[in-house]
Design a binder for this molecule. Structure first.
Ligand SMILES: NC(=O)c1ccc[n+]([C@@H]2O[C@H](COP(=O)([O-])OP(=O)(O)OC[C@H]3O[C@@H](n4cnc5c(N)ncnc54)[C@H](O)[C@@H]3O)[C@@H](O)[C@H]2O)c1
Length: 249
């Protein structure tokens, strides 16, 4: 999720989040219009990305609270909660050390394990559910969240087979009817930098890849194109530095 200013109202938060990410279900500007000034968030799937998603979400506004955690396994929930309670911790997905322990409102009563953990997180009075399990469960978790009237952020991939994809599309339609937002973690596809580079590559590189080959060609290369590289001068300094080092015995 994108990082935004910390002095943001609940409504601004949703508007900015929706503007910077892929909203499948739409209707984001109508969210929380009549709610309290807190966004209560529940996480399902306390793995690497789940923890990252919680941090990104809480980082985005002081009005966000993480109130429930769910996972198949007790040790994953415990490890996740311990991480969220660890002030100043920093992982690869966050640009700043974690300083929002005060926004972690999870209690033993709102930690859930087992295959019904998702349903229990949803039933905790949350506004937004983060779905970050392995993708096989995503369609059924999404369906349950939308049925319960919750907004959703879900990691990619959103499904692993056609049955799952159809289910996700049906949930997306229902979400739209209910005025719920579904945001997927495919935000790079909507990042103006990426979109512009993709347009240019497609325009200028027709001779090296056909339109059918293009998505595969673009996947890794696009990422590399947009990754800042050390300048020639910086590279030279590194090389010179290593040349000056005494040889190891
Ligand atoms: N890690 C990344 O860098 C990254 C980046 C982008 C997308 N993703 C996507 O995010 C998702 C999660 O990835 P991860 O790396 O965090 O995986 P992970 O294995 O570290 O975490 C997944 C967690 O979900 C739990 N889980 C599985 N099924 C469950 C269920 N039915 N109910 C409740 N909990 C369940 C597992 O026990 C585990 O703790 C995947 O779809 C992955 O493709 C990951």
């Amino acid at each position: 999720m994108g990082r935004t200013g910390r002095s943001m109202s609940r409504r601004q938060f949703i508007r900015v989040s929706a503007g910077t990410m892929a909203v499948l279900g739409g209707a984001a500007s109508r969210l929380f219009a009549g709610g309290s000034d807190r966004i209560r968030v529940g996480l399902v799937g306390c793995g690497s990305r789940g923890m990252g998603a919680v941090r990104n979400c809480v980082d985005s506004s002081p009005n966000v609270e993480i109130v429930a955690l769910g996972d198949l396994f007790q040790d994953r929930v415990a490890a996740g909660l311990a991480l969220l309670k660890k002030e100043d911790d920093k992982d690869w997905s966050s640009s700043q050390p974690w300083r929002h322990v005060d926004q972690v409102k999870v209690t033993p009563d709102t930690c859930f394990t087992g295959f019904d953990a998702c349903q229990k997180v949803i039933s905790c009075g949350v506004d937004l559910v983060l779905l970050a399990t392995s993708p096989h469960f995503r369609p059924m978790h999404l369906k349950a969240a939308v049925a319960a009237g919750k907004h959703v952020f879900m990691e990619k991939p959103v499904a692993v087979d056609t049955v799952g994809i159809r289910s996700v599309l049906a949930s997306s339609e229902l979400a739209q009817q209910k005025g719920l937002a579904i945001v997927a973690g495919t935000q790079r596809r909507h990042d103006p930098k990426y979109v512009e580079v993709m347009k240019r590559v497609i325009r200028d590189c027709e001779d090296i890849a056909t339109p059918e080959q293009m998505p595969k060609f673009l996947g890794r290369n696009l990422f590399m194109l947009l990754t800042p590289r050390p300048s020639a001068k910086a590279k030279q300094q590194v090389t010179q530095g290593s040349e000056q080092k005494p040889a190891t015995p």
